[in-house]
Design a protein around this ligand. Structure first.
Ligand code: F0G
Length: 462
């Protein structure tokens, strides 16, 4: 049920403050790339024209949020903004205990610690985000993805490509008695921002209960997921996004949230849950690493901005505009025959690098090469979710490459206008015409875990 018209209604906000951006020259960008070791994460942000590296922490806050910052209560313990945040999170999630954290990955780390994920345990998800997987693996546990097989085919349309494969989960739980937690990532970022249906959340919840396992939502993009449910799951079409979100959380035991996405803030996160023992373990641990449990590594003002952002993000006008903006970019690319992951996701449009650059083998990082070309020619920063991020080496030293080689164009919330998206779209169409000129890369420095942040490369000249 994707929107096919190529127009975009006006956003439900107007602009009060502007931040200049500048397009550098091709020669300059070639130099910046060389100095950056051909790693887009090393390019100074000022030298980027349109920055689609991530939708995380890059939102424009509203006047309501900015004014909330002035009401920050910077008391060390029990500041009033904590109570405001707690009441908003409780209203949306229904959970009893709320713990702020400085961002999503610290919430993950604390939850996995409290659940005793050690080397004897396996965590199961539809698909783990890279930091979530890294947090699990760094505790010695295993992370296992069980998303539906359709998720690995970029050209098949499926309303809920983020769904857990229920049969596979049932078999897995029957065969493995050492699963420690089940996590549903909503939306599934790694698979292209694809939603999970309420029916699927309910089915996973039944299995979790049957096996007496905690079910957590990785709720970074819960509001976008709720809007997809409203559009695509008929029985909820009359529900408000907030009612749908409440229902999503009601099937689970807790959540970890990076508020840098659907919290509409530049920093922050939280954990919310019902189990008192787990809550106590998190509180004991976090005073060592994050701070007192009512501020969790954040200032009082940050807590206020999250509380207000969580309320704003569930506005149906906002979510409709957000959905339409993504559809607009994605559908215009599809119309020009650009290989894009279908359907378009909630926060990102994803180019399929294996189909875009079939002449580059995965050992030469086609997705990465595409991010480099997009920056070099047009000043657009995107991110690879492919062989650099996900390939791993087997014990016999041979490489296993991921099924998907995506280049994610993540759209920051309330930041770019239709004109910016038109520029991005036209640039990609132009690049596609000369795609044979794009060359692969050789990795000259491999830092191991989460290697995309620090890896260095050289272009392959021949
Ligand atoms: N879970 C999901 C689904 C995410 O997408 C992210 C971050 C995290 C957890 C971790 O949250 O960054 O606040 O520590 N995703 C960003 C991205 C980095 O670009 O997609 P964090």
């Amino acid at each position: 049920m994707s929107q096919t018209n190529d127009t975009l209604p006006p956003p439900p906000f107007k602009i009060k403050m502007v931040e200049p951006i500048q397009l550098t020259t091709l020669a300059e960008r070639k130099e910046y790339l060389k100095a950056a070791g051909y790693n887009i994460f090393n390019i100074p942000a000022e030298k980027v024209y349109i920055d689609l590296l991530t939708d995380s922490g890059t939102s424009a806050m509203s006047d309501n949020q900015w004014s909330g910052l002035m009401l920050g209560d910077e008391s060390y313990a029990q500041c009033k903004n904590f109570y405001n945040l707690r009441s908003v999170v409780k209203e949306i999630t229904g959970f009893e205990f709320i713990i702020p954290t400085h961002q999503g990955r610290s919430a993950e780390n604390l939850v996995f610690y409290a659940l005793n994920l050690d080397k004897t345990k396996i965590a199961v998800s539809n698909q783990f985000f890279d930091t979530t997987r890294a947090n699990i693996e760094s505790m010695g546990a295993k992370a296992h993805d069980l998303v539906i097989p359709e998720a690995y085919n970029t050209s098949i349309y499926h309303d809920f490509k983020g769904n857990m494969d229920i049969n596979a989960l049932e078999n897995f739980l029957n065969q493995n008695s050492n699963v420690g937690v089940i996590i549903l990532t909503v939306t599934n970022n790694t698979g292209g921002g694809q939603p999970v249906s309420l029916r699927n959340i309910e089915d996973v919840s039944k299995l979790a209960k049957k096996h007496n396992l905690p079910l957590f939502l990785d709720a970074a993009r819960f509001a976008e997921n709720a809007y997809f449910i409203k559009l695509r799951e008929k029985e909820y079409s009359e529900f408000t996004p907030k009612q749908i979100a409440q229902k999503m959380f009601s099937y689970t035991d807790g959540c970890m949230m990076s508020a840098k996405k659907d919290g509409l803030v530049n920093i922050g996160g939280f954990i919310a849950l019902n189990n008192k023992d787990t809550y106590n373990r998190i509180k004991e641990r976090m005073v060592i690493t994050e701070g007192f449990p009512t501020y969790g590594g954040l200032a009082g003002r940050d807590l206020e901005a999250i509380a207000r952002g969580l309320t704003e993000v569930l506005s149906e006008d906002y979510l409709r505009y957000r959905y339409q903006q993504l559809q607009y970019l994605g559908n215009n690319l599809v119309k020009a025959n650009i290989p894009v992951l279908l359907p378009v996701g909630g926060h990102s449009v994803n180019l399929d690098a294996l189909r875009f650059l079939p002449h580059i083998p995965q050992s030469q990082f086609p997705g990465w090469a595409l991010t480099i070309a997009l920056y070099e020619k047009y000043g657009i920063r995107s991110v690879e979710l492919g062989s650099v991020v996900f390939a791993h080496q087997k014990e016999d030293q041979t490489w296993v490459y991921p099924d998907l080689e995506l280049v994610r164009l993540a759209i920051p919330r309330r930041v770019y206008s239709r004109e910016h998206l038109d520029y991005v779209c036209q640039s990609i169409i132009d690049l596609y015409k000369s795609k044979e000129e794009i060359k692969g890369l050789k990795m000259t420095y491999d830092p191991g875990l989460l290697r995309h942040f620090n890896a260095l490369f050289e272009p392959i000249s021949s």
